[in-house]
Design a protein around this ligand. Structure first.
Ligand code: PLP
Length: 467
């Protein structure tokens, strides 16, 4: 507090608030908690209302009780298992519950899995395990292990590129096409060889919302094994659908019921309905988790076995996940995902009715979907989906427009992710705003800058149009 400030001074008139927040150097002197709070808070106001952010997959609302529970646990370090032994037990229960939801055949009281900060860490762990298992097998057979590769759709999430870069594994990507809107299985098999550590299908593809056909892939890999002798396992990246399929389509085989699926990862903070900072990976059995990945450490006098990239990590998300399992049960999760699915299907069908749009896929397989401009309309339109994205932003909606991965990189699409809390009424508001925005764009006399860029890219054949 400065000389002329006192306890009655309004915070915004205080001396400290007359200065900008530090950028490069730690300030010589501190300030009051109230000033520090205001400076940080004022800089981090959401730019839109999180409920109107239909770009993100990540949970922005939980029950008040769950929020309280997690706030109360904010200081708990998961790794301090001597201090908070029940948190480790609770984590083990969450792993058991997920293993059961994904039909794990593993016997024993505790199933094999690990938590991560998100699906990214969970995918890395699944990938590393596949690589180590492959390497061990090769070493035993006296074969070279210097050229591992991984086969995945070009619609992979960026974590797989990171995994392949960091662990120096060749990434073999299978392009999308109008005929193959999800992983082209025949093409995937053609990319497999004795150096393939695993194939990674995705359930709930980030780019499209669709599911790769894991059952068909499993079958194709078994045939390939018979012909070639190469026994290739599957890791399923189920960041979104891992919490959708078990509730909405329990008959569909995409999980541990399939022979080759040895590990599955998901995001607890997506359709697991927990605030950000939570992912899970489960192995079909302990024998598929390489021993090198389980680090036993003597920490503060206790023997702790840890699987993960990070050591310390927040425990609050585990409490949030376990709370949700108790709070919602199977019926509650089903009702929530079903509601999101119905809202997504409704929006999908309404947008399809608009003459300017065309759906990417006929079906909505998860509570998210994409659409594009209809090709006849696109020929004469004066605007692009990027213009629509900007217009919707003015009404607070965050709805991303982007181009698809290879070989559909010329297709611009928009995506809506329907999350828990996005009601039918809000969907109605969104559709009204979209119709109004389109009417305004249609009334334009001259093409937008974005449209001109698009036309330019079209003339220079083969050039990918970027915003
Ligand atoms: C979101 C996502 C990831 C990464 O997950 P995080 O939880 O954000 O770390 C990986 N794969 C897919 C398919 C995803 O949708």
């Amino acid at each position: 507090m400065k000389k002329h400030d006192n306890l009655a001074t309004d915070i915004y008139t205080s001396e400290a608030m007359h200065h900008a927040a530090p950028i490069n150097r730690i300030p010589e002197e501190g300030t009051t908690p109230a000033v520090a709070y205001r400076m940080v808070k004022d800089e981090t106001y959401a730019e839109t209302r999180p409920e109107l952010n239909l770009a993100t997959f990540v949970t922005t609302r939980m029950d008040d009780e769950a929020t309280r529970l997690m706030n109360e646990a904010i200081a708990i370090n998961y790794i301090d298992q001597t201090e908070y032994p029940r948190v480790a037990v609770m984590c083990g229960r969450c792993i058991n519950i997920l293993a059961d939801l994904w039909n794990s055949p593993e016997k024993g009281d505790w199933k094999t899995g690990a938590l991560g900060i998100g699906s990214s860490e969970a995918c890395m762990l699944g990938g590393v395990a596949a690589w180590l298992r492959w390497r061990e097998k090769r070493q035993k057979a006296g074969k070279p292990c210097d050229k591992p590769n991984l086969v995945i759709s070009a619609a992979y999430q960026v974590v797989w590129e990171k995994f392949c870069q960091l662990w120096q594994i060749e990434m073999r990507t299978i392009p999308l096409s109008p005929e193959h809107q999800t992983l082209d299985i025949e093409a995937a098999i053609r990319c497999c060889d004795e150096h393939t550590i695993c194939v990674v299908p995705c359930c709930g593809v980030t780019w499209t919302g669709l599911n790769d056909d894991v059952e068909a892939l499993d079958k194709a890999l078994t045939n390939y094994h018979k012909e070639s002798g190469n026994d290739i396992p599957i890791h399923v990246d189920a960041a979104s659908a891992g919490f959708v399929l078990p509730f909405l389509d329990p008959q569909k085989k995409w999980d541990f019921r399939l022979d080759r699926v040895l590990s599955i990862s998901t995001s607890g903070h997506k359709y697991g309905l927990v605030y950000p900072g939570l992912g899970w990976v489960i192995w079909k059995d302990k024998k598929y988790l390489p021993k090198e990945m389980a680090f036993s450490v003597n920490y503060l006098g206790a023997e702790i076995t840890q699987v993960g990239l990070n050591f310390s990590r927040p425990a609050a998300q585990i409490l949030g996940q376990y709370y949700n399992f108790i709070r919602y049960g199977r019926a509650g999760y089903k009702a929530i995902q079903q509601t999101s699915m119905e809202v997504a299907e409704y929006c999908h069908s309404q947008l399809e009715k608009m003459s300017c749009f065309a759906p990417y896929a006929k079906r909505v397989e998860n509570p998210l979907f994409i659409w594009k401009m209809c090709s006849t309309y696109e020929k004469t339109a004066k605007w692009t989906l990027y213009d629509l994205q900007d217009k919707l932003k003015q009404s607070g909606w965050m709805i991303p427009a982007y181009t698809l991965p290879a070989n559909l990189q010329h297709t611009v699409v928009m995506r809506v992710v329907v999350r828990h809390g996005f009601s039918r009424d809000m969907a109605e508001q969104l559709l009204t705003d979209i119709r109004e925005a389109v009417a305004e764009l249609d009334a334009l006399k001259y093409p937008t800058t974005s449209r001109l860029k698009f036309e330019q890219a079209e003339h220079q054949c083969g050039k990918v149009y970027t915003h």
